[in-house]
Design a protein around this ligand. Structure first.
Ligand SMILES: [Cu+2]
Length: 66
């Protein structure tokens, strides 16, 4: 499982943008978001860099936390 801290993810719109971006990089990924803690958890086949790039391209700043 991959986990990212995304401090600039602040509302439901951010959550859906980020979720879509991750699924664009890995269609079968399961994405779990804890908005209050600004955490994004991803279970899938893509690597951490690939997922981080997708989040960055969506305009957010992921910091790997695991
Ligand atoms: Cu937002």
């Amino acid at each position: 499982m991959l986990e990212f801290q995304v401090e600039d993810m602040t509302c439901g719109h951010c959550v859906s943008t980020i979720t879509k971006a991750i699924k664009g990089a890995d269609a079968n990924a399961s994405v779990e978001v804890d908005l209050a803690k600004h955490l994004v958890r991803v279970e899938g086949s893509a690597g951490g860099e690939e997922i981080a790039d997708a989040i960055r391209e969506a305009g957010y700043t992921p910091v790997p936390s695991k």
